[in-house]
Write a protein that binds this ligand. Structure first.
Ligand SMILES: Cc1ncc(COP(=O)(O)O)c(C=O)c1O
Length: 428
């Protein structure tokens, strides 16, 4: 069976392509066909948050919604433009010459960022696509049970519901805390462990809840799942699957640190990677129980390649992921985590001191990340968002019932932005 790359190379030869295109065959490491020079932003000083922010083209206001869908940093914009120009000039030639090298660069950069092996990484268009693929492709039998929680996003719940409709897998939900602000790590683990049964084959959780900002103690949950698995045959064990999108790009934690079997994330939120990109990381044990859903075009030499959907993609965005990971590594994942937590803590401290505000996100950094949710007496979340926007403070309402006012302090916000947000909330 030929991979797409081999097909492309063959097609180029068969069509009597020019000597240049033939020379630039799949395995040829020659440089890409000339593409226009890319526009770059100001040189990055990774030690300066002003310089980091200057890489982005965000306009005005204290932007606490930048995580919702990423703004592209200058190196990402430049890479997208470079690839777009190359594809527009000669898509076939550009692919033949560059696809393998650029796919590899993305895999290498992503693996370096996650401190993992590239073989374990599959690439997707979004968190939702990753969750849909994962929960469709895990091998389960009728009567097997998936345990998820009341706190996950629609994409997890709906992927699992559809799986149940398809082949009779049972899906159950557990509530891990009653009040987000008083969430307790020990109780979360106990409730989850108590809800597992001998039939539980998948535990589907979300690292940071977009409804409340609660961050789950994933490592402790992984340890509890491991203890439940002790003595079980491999195909009877529960796999721990995590929607990681609101921790990914903030927390300096690798999949190995988390101890999960699958980590699914979009790269277009807190990582500020190209819009329309995402990934699935799987452990060896996890991938052994996964059957690909969409035919891969990159071969099946590794589990990650086999799980990466084939077909053509918006390649200019996919390939610019390498620059997004490189930017984060240049800044330092530990500094990104420290900065995001510092701003979130300042915002939470300030909000907690406003009498008419009820803060829902835990103050404890072990139980929270960048998302900060609250309610303001007398204001529904959409009204509060509107009122804040008049003061040039951009926040969003959570898409849940009840809906909360949600802030996302990030590496694109400043201490002054936090102050502006607090002033605006106080004035409501
Ligand atoms: C927890 C969670 N998972 C997944 C998603 C969807 O992410 P994507 O747009 O990358 O599919 C969201 C919200 O957008 C979310 O809050």
């Amino acid at each position: 069976m030929l991979t797409r790359r081999e097909l492309l190379a063959t097609a180029g030869v068969a069509a009597g392509a020019t000597a240049t295109a033939v020379a630039l065959s799949a395995c040829d490491p020659s440089p890409p066909p000339a593409a226009p020079a890319a526009t770059t932003g100001a040189a990055l000083d990774p030690a300066s948050w002003d310089s980091v922010r200057a890489q982005f083209a965000l306009t005005g206001g204290a932007n606490f919604v930048a995580f919702y869908l990423a703004s592209h940093a200058a190196p990402v914009r430049a890479a997208i433009e470079r690839h777009r120009a190359g594809l527009d000039a000669d898509a076939h030639g550009y692919l033949v010459a560059n696809e393998q090298r650029l796919d590899e660069a993305v895999r290498t950069e992503a693996a370096a960022y996650l401190r993992t092996e590239a073989d374990r990484l599959a690439f997707t268009d979004s968190t939702t696509m990753g969750l849909g693929l994962l929960y469709s492709g895990l091998r389960l039998r009728p009567g097997d049970e998936v345990l998820t929680t009341e706190h996950d996003f629609y994409s997890t719940h709906e992927s699992l519901r559809l799986r149940g409709v398809r082949d009779g897998v049972t899906v159950r939900r557990v509530r891990l805390y009653d009040e987000a602000a008083r969430a307790d790590a020990g109780e979360i683990v106990r409730r989850l462990r108590a809800a597992m049964t001998a039939r539980t084959r998948v535990v589907a959780i979300t690292w940071v809840h977009s409804s409340t900002g609660v961050k789950l103690p994933v490592r402790a949950i992984a340890d509890a799942v491991a203890s439940a698995n002790r003595g079980r045959a491999e195909d009877q064990r529960a796999l721990l699957c995590v929607d990681g999108v609101h921790g990914f790009g903030i927390e300096d934690a690798t999949p190995a640190d988390l101890g999960c079997d699958f980590l699914v994330s979009g790269c277009h939120k807190w990582l500020f990677g190209p819009r329309g990109t995402g990934l699935i990381w799987g452990s060896d044990a996890g991938w052994r129980r996964y059957t690909p859903v969409i035919p891969p075009f990159g071969g099946d030499a590794t589990p990650g390649l086999a799980a990466t959907p084939g077909g053509f993609h918006s390649f200019e965005h996919r390939w610019a992921l390498a620059e997004a990971f490189a930017l984060h590594r240049a800044i330092g994942p530990d500094r990104v985590a420290q900065r995001t937590h510092q701003l979130a803590a300042a915002l939470k401290d300030g909000l907690a001191a406003v009498p008419k505000v009820r803060l829902h996100t835990p103050r404890d950094a072990e139980l929270s990340a960048g998302i900060v949710c609250c309610e303001v007496d007398g204001y529904g979340a959409p009204d509060a968002v509107l009122a804040l926007s008049r003061a040039k403070v951009l926040a969003s309402p959570t898409p849940y019932d009840p809906s909360y006012l949600r802030f996302g302090p990030s590496i694109l916000t400043t201490e002054a932005d936090v102050e502006a947000a607090l002033r605006a909330v106080r004035s409501l």
